[in-house]
Ligand binder design. Sequence first.
Ligand SMILES: [Cu+2]
Length: 115
Amino acid sequence: MTVATSVLFAIGYLWVAEGVVASPAPSPASVALAKPTGVTVNDFFFHKSKVTIKHGGTVKWTWVGMTTHNVTFRSLHKHSRDQVTGTYSLRFAKPGVYHYLCTIHGFTGTVVVRK
Ligand SMILES: [Cu+2]
C-alpha cells in the first residue's frame, strides 16, 4: 500500500466513524415532549378551555377569531400582546393549576400541569 492510499483509507475511516457518532437519531420520547398542546383563541372563548399537560410542556395559543384578545396569567405575570392573529406560547416548568383570561372580555381558561 502506498502512502497516498493509506491516507485515503484513514480519511475514509474517520469520515464513516464521525458520521455514526455525530448524528444520533432523536428518541421518540423527546419528540413527543417537544410538541406543544394547542388551544385556539376564539370570539369569545378559549378552546379547549381546560388543558392538561406534563410539567416542562408548552401550551401554544392560536388566534382564530375576528376580534382582539389576549392570554393573561395574572399569577405568573405573563401575558400575550393584545392581538387578532398569530400565536403565543408558554412553557410550564412547575406542576399546578393555572387560570388565565382575556382581560379585554373576561373569558377564562385553565392549564393543569401534572408532575
Ligand atoms: Cu378577548
